[in-house]
Design a binder for this molecule. Structure first.
Ligand SMILES: [Zn+2]
Length: 199
């Protein structure tokens, strides 16, 4: 069940180099004047933004969780739903965003609830495809909590589909990762009905 490659591996720190000169070049190549007032500081802003939006590569998950894993006598489903996330598709470097629903079936170990959205952010702030993002969140919880199972559903909209290509503004993409007990119909159905319940 466990993935061979640990998701907790962190890559070396981001280069301290700025991508601003390359961004200025891109602007010029697109026929813009990087020297005009509105664009003067755009390359530095893009540098900052892109470094933030890909900062998830350099985060140590253990530091994010910061010991908030507790031993308790609990073997029920824990679910955090409607977690907003924002990511970048690795094919176009355009945003995709939506909601994550994350659940696990505890095996006497629980994680502080506020940590789950933080874990989602760590993997979302990378160049991603939605399928991998879904899997990484699920595998991370599996490794941290050794639960009976994990279920993750991501509902997202992709700008690369909305603004270009097929230009389907309202089509959403749903991905799921069901590990352990969540492969069984009963558990999965319970998860799905909890996700659909609007409160
Ligand atoms: Zn794309």
């Amino acid at each position: 069940m466990k993935s061979k490659a640990s998701v907790k591996v962190i890559t070396p720190k981001a280069s301290s180099k700025s991508i601003a000169p390359q961004v200025a070049e891109i602007l010029a190549t697109l026929g813009e004047d990087p020297q005009r007032e509105g664009l003067l500081h755009t390359p530095e802003r893009v540098d900052k933004a892109m470094k933030f939006l890909t900062s998830g590569y350099h985060v140590d998950i253990d530091r994010v969780v910061n010991g908030a894993v507790y031993e308790v006598q609990y073997d029920e489903m824990v679910i955090v739903k409607d977690i907003e996330f924002f990511s970048l598709c690795e094919h176009h470097m355009l945003p995709f965003y939506g909601k994550a629903h994350v659940a696990y079936l505890a095996r006497n170990k629980v994680i502080g609830l506020s940590k789950i959205p933080r874990i989602v952010d760590v993997f979302a702030r990378r160049l991603q495809i939605q399928e991998r993002l879904t899997q990484q969140i699920a595998r991370c919880l599996l490794e941290m909590l050794d639960p009976l199972g994990v279920g993750v559903i991501l509902e997202a909209q992709h700008f690369c589909m909305m603004m270009r290509g097929v230009e389907k503004q309202h089509s959403g993409t749903v991905t799921s990762a069901m590990l352990g007990e969540f492969k069984h119909k009963e558990t999965r159905d319970e998860f799905l009905s909890l996700v659909r319940q609007r409160g």
